[in-house]
Design a protein around this ligand. Structure first.
Ligand SMILES: Nc1ncnc2c1ncn2[C@@H]1O[C@H](COP(=O)(O)OP(=O)(O)OP(=O)(O)O)[C@@H](O)[C@H]1O
Ligand SMILES: [Mg+2]
Length: 214
């Protein structure tokens, strides 16, 4: 019998929304179902990608350069990590993917969506996440949480307008792909967020086992 391809899950949302807080827990839930799981992130996910991450989070650069570096790292990540893992039957859980480029470079930095759509077509026309959880919080909550957690990178140092444009672009993605993206109200306490996610994990695993896809 051929190996059933794994499921590709991405976690999205503005800085401080709660992606890193929940990813490990999501992976543990999937493993409890007996699944092999690869946990990864963007920018990053490969040795080359982590070096590119360091550059894009710290160095000032032209917006098109920034966008191309995001897709350069993504290409490497897809070809050497994501696709092989999915083909081997593993599930892949990724902290940020192309929706983040639409949100940050397309929305936040106002590049617009069209150039991103062209790069997306070139780099991964044959791959989309099966499920994307969009962790959503308003500006004040994100700022307050980030201030408590760590030093800010190039994106996190941007102003309120940047944040609002980025969040709005994420909401546009939600409207455009309502079957793939699910909003997660991340203003709720961590345990409450997890209860909701647990339902969604169970639903995904069941539909996968039934062979109907998410
Ligand atoms: N539901 C929640 N209630 C209270 N605090 C939370 C909640 N979710 C996350 N936090 C806290 O908010 C901070 C930021 O969360 P986290 O690092 O998970 O965000 P993130 O989405 O990964 O951000 P980034 O994109 O910058 O990596 C952390 O200190 C975390 O403990
Ligand atoms: Mg994080």
């Amino acid at each position: 019998m051929p190996i059933q391809r794994g499921c590709f899950i991405t976690l999205e949302g503005v800085d401080g929304a709660g992606k890193s807080t929940h990813i490990k827990w999501v992976v543990e839930q999937l493993q409890r179902h007996g699944l092999s799981v690869v946990s990864t992130r963007e920018p990053g996910g490969t040795a080359l990608g982590e070096q590119l991450r360091q550059l894009v989070l710290t160095q000032p650069m032209n917006l098109r350069t920034e966008t191309l570096l995001m897709f350069a790292g993504r290409c490497e990540h897809i070809e050497t990590v994501i696709k092989p893992a999915l083909a081997a039957g593993s599930w892949v859980v990724c902290d940020r993917f192309t929706d983040a480029t639409y949100a940050y470079q397309g929305g936040g930095r106002e590049l617009g969506f069209e150039p991103i759509s062209r790069l997306e077509q070139w780099v991964h026309s044959d791959l989309q996440p099966d499920r994307t959880w969009l962790f959503d919080v308003p500006l004040a909550v994100a700022r307050e949480r980030l201030a408590r957690s760590r030093d800010l990178d190039r994106f996190e140092q941007e102003g309120d307008d940047f944040f609002e444009r980025t969040r709005r672009a994420y909401h546009d993605r939600l409207l455009k792909f309502p079957d793939r993206l699910r909003i997660v109200d991340s203003t709720l306490p961590i345990e409450t967020v997890r209860l909701g996610l647990a339902h969604q994990v169970d639903e995904l695993v069941q539909s996968h086992h039934a062979g109907v896809g998410p």
